[in-house]
Design a protein around this ligand. Structure first.
Ligand code: 13P
Length: 254
């Protein structure tokens, strides 16, 4: 059985005061998530403080990005060792906003994945197609190309301690989520790619869905056999809403 994971990606939102209020609303009811594992990914500058605030609460901490290099002259970058040092256990790599706005290609994303694992961080590898790519029938080609670049560098062994996230670009921040059938189709495709190399690994791999997840659609998405949780953006900025999404995950078993 795969324990579901719900990750809140705060993107570039928050302040120390807002974060405290958000956590307060989220943690108010116990237990927040039943059996699901919960993770929050705030901006870098808040990681250290949040690590201390979350210590007692069984909520894990992740970063939104990591440098592919371990140390050195890389102004503005943050290494995997630094993330580990301040209490992270997860890191998102290859988010579509990093790919589209900051020019990260498949090879750089693969190097970040490996850099994270070298420091025993669990990478959450994001893949997903644009609307144009979906409408021209290229969804499978795009997500498998993104996955293959990491398989090539990290090998299938790299997926023993990793998480995949399918985030269709057209569903991110638009209020228009993929249907549960659309999500299931791509998740099954991704799992089959890993299964072709190692069936046991594929069976254990958690594949999250991201893109306009909210309390109203979470249970239906999480009920799909290959959907093992969610990567939640906007709705994770509302403590009450995020708690309800985690609650929906806590009721599922896959
Ligand atoms: P939204 O939930 O705001 O659509 O964002 C999804 C996302 O990009 C999470 O990483």
């Amino acid at each position: 059985m795969r324990r579901l994971l719900v990750a809140g990606n705060w993107k570039m939102h928050g302040s120390r005061a807002e974060n405290a209020a958000l956590l307060d609303a989220f943690l108010r009811a116990e237990p927040p998530a039943g059996d699901a594992e919960v993770l929050v990914c705030p901006p870098f500058v808040y990681l250290h403080e949040l690590a201390r605030q979350l210590r007692e609460n069984d909520v894990a901490l992740g970063a939104q990005d990591v440098c592919a290099e371990p140390v050195g002259a890389h102004t503005g970058e943050v290494s995997a060792a630094m993330l580990r040092d301040v209490g992270c256990t997860y890191v998102i790599v290859g988010h579509s906003e990093r790919r589209a706005l900051y020019g990260e290609d498949d090879q750089l994303v693969a190097r970040k994945f490996v850099a994270a694992q070298r420091e025993r961080l669990v990478p959450i590898l994001c893949v997903g197609e644009t609307l144009d790519e979906r409408e021209s029938g290229r969804t499978a080609e795009v997500v498998l190309r993104q996955l293959d670049a990491v398989l090539e560098l990290a090998g299938v062994e790299g997926f023993r301690d990793a998480v995949l996230a399918y985030e269709p670009v057209w569903a991110i921040g638009t209020g228009k989520n993929a249907t549960s059938a659309q999500a299931q189709e791509v998740h099954a495709l991704l799992r089959a790619r890993i299964a072709a190399k190692d069936a046991n690994m594929a069976a254990c791999l958690r594949i999250l869905y991201g893109g306009s997840v909210k309390a109203a659609n979470a249970a239906e998405l999480f009920a799909m056999p290959d959907v093992d949780g969610g990567l939640v953006g906007g709705a994770s900025l509302n403590g009450e809403e995020f708690r309800r999404i985690c609650g929906a995950a806590g009721k599922q078993e896959t």
